[in-house]
Design a protein around this ligand. Structure first.
Ligand SMILES: [Mn+2]
Length: 447
């Protein structure tokens, strides 16, 4: 299956409307295109919420859900058809297409927002809308809700309260349906293949961006529209920079290469990290660090179940990393005290993982207070990605460990009976990796 059917979007909207109720109205707004330079824009990525609820991908779309409304409960405002524009910039659905292809009960051009949108606010008590992502649109929304419209001599009641629509949407997006899981499995499979391709064709002396090119070539040839996030290819000390994306250094024969890359396939993200020796053989210090991270990763994955909370995974991975850091000689002292001091933060500064879905850092882990815990629930997908990073400049570290960064990341589906590793096809055992690195025929990449 390559894309979601109209029925899937209809079901999602119906479930949202059940929660909104007929005293509420919800509005979702897609962002405008962003200028890259002079008269060219960045590739457009629609809002995850708009995509989730409609599959519509043109810029600036506004979706309205007004359960039980006489003139339509699902309304779309979209760019209008324009023959000349479309000859240059590409096809548009227009309001007609919004009704025919995207299931809107009513649809209008964006120019009609002022005139039409307030009609869907009349008589509703609550407006579900997320303030703060587009200040200009926020201003307009406030104006539209405040307008007291006169119809048949009466003053229409407008919503008196704004409720953050994310609360409803995030609950829905957290757990994945059967159809979504098919797309996520495909995203994970393509991402896994891309990592294998990069490992096969890695050899000392090539540049980080060459591996990035191979990975993103595989994403695109497999039908993925974009990388789900900027691909990270860091060799040696670059691997210790958590969000390194320059990818412009030559890979040395003593380097561990860290690649964190995943495809976005039909708006679902894969997110895999692998770390491997450029030469095909770990040095003893590299191997010790790698093996430690691998054990923590596997042990943490084993903890994934509906009986666990995200915070438990976080805490236990930090404890296991702390134990490993002591064993490696990177930290000294009692594990309990080091945990108390959060000493692991020098070498493991990030979290154990994050939910995955339409966004690479998907919805689901927002908390109001510190003592709140998040139960893992069946059909959510999360990453497990511990790491140890020893910067070259760290004079406290044993010399042979400096300039090594290792992270290992898999995408894990929580199931009723435990978990399923969606990226299990991507090798991570030491002997598997050592056998794979450099095994590709360089001729295969020649013109
Ligand atoms: Mn990740």
């Amino acid at each position: 299956m390559d894309s979601l059917s109209p029925e899937v979007f209809e079901t999602r909207r119906r479930q949202m409307m059940d929660q909104i109720g007929d005293e509420g109205v919800a509005v979702f707004v897609g962002p405008p295109p962003r200028n890259r330079s002079n008269d060219t824009d960045y590739p457009y990525r629609p809002s995850s919420d708009v995509v989730y609820l409609s599959g519509f991908r043109e810029p600036r779309a506004v979706l309205v859900l007004a359960p039980g409304h006489d003139e339509g409960q699902f309304v779309m405002f979209v760019p209008k058809r324009d023959e000349k524009y479309e000859r240059w910039e590409g096809r548009r659905a227009g309001p007609e297409g919004a009704v025919e292809k995207f299931g809107a009960d009513a649809a209008f051009a964006l120019e009609d927002l002022d005139e039409e949108l307030p009609k869907w606010f009349e008589g509703r008590k609550r407006l579900y809308y997320t303030l703060g992502s587009d200040p200009d649109f926020d201003q307009k929304m406030l104006r539209w809700t405040q307008t007291k419209r006169h119809s048949r001599g009466k003053v229409a009641k407008m919503p008196g309260a704004v409720v953050d629509v994310r609360d409803l949407l995030f609950k829905a997006r957290l757990t994945k349906s059967k159809e979504e899981l098919e797309l996520m499995r495909r995203a994970c499979e393509i991402s896994s293949e891309a990592h294998i391709l990069a490992m096969k064709h890695c050899r000392p002396g090539i540049y980080e961006y060459e591996l990035q090119g191979l990975i993103e070539y595989h994403f695109r040839r497999s039908g993925g529209e974009f990388p789900a996030y900027s691909s990270i290819v860091g060799a040696g000390d670059n691997a210790t920079i958590l969000h390194y994306t320059d990818n412009n250094s030559k890979i040395g024969d003593q380097d561990v290469v860290l690649i964190d890359a995943g495809v976005e396939y039909q708006f679902y993200a894969g997110d895999i990290t692998r770390s491997f020796p450029a030469s095909g053989k770990f040095t003893p210090a590299q191997r010790d660090i790698y093996q430690a991270v691998l054990e923590v990763e596997k042990a943490t994955i084993e903890l994934v179940s509906t009986d666990a909370t995200y915070e438990e995974l976080q805490e236990s991975s930090r404890r296991m990393i702390t134990e490993a850091l002591v064993e490696l000689g990177l930290l000294e002292g009692s594990v309990d005290e080091l945990m108390e001091e959060k000493a692991y933060g020098d070498y493991y500064p990030h979290s154990i993982g994050h939910p995955l879905g339409v966004d690479v850092h998907d919805v689901g882990l927002f908390k109001v207070s510190d003592d709140e815990a998040h139960d893992l629930v069946a059909n959510m997908v999360l990453t497990i990605e511990p790491g140890i990073y020893v910067p070259a400049a760290d004079e406290n570290a044993p010399e042979e460990m400096r300039g090594i960064g290792v992270r290992i990341e898999d995408d894990i589906l929580v199931t009723e009976s435990g978990y399923e590793n969606l990226t299990a096809s991507c090798p991570k055992e030491v002997d598997e990796i050592e056998a794979l690195v450099g095994s590709g025929d360089p001729k295969a990449l020649e013109l």
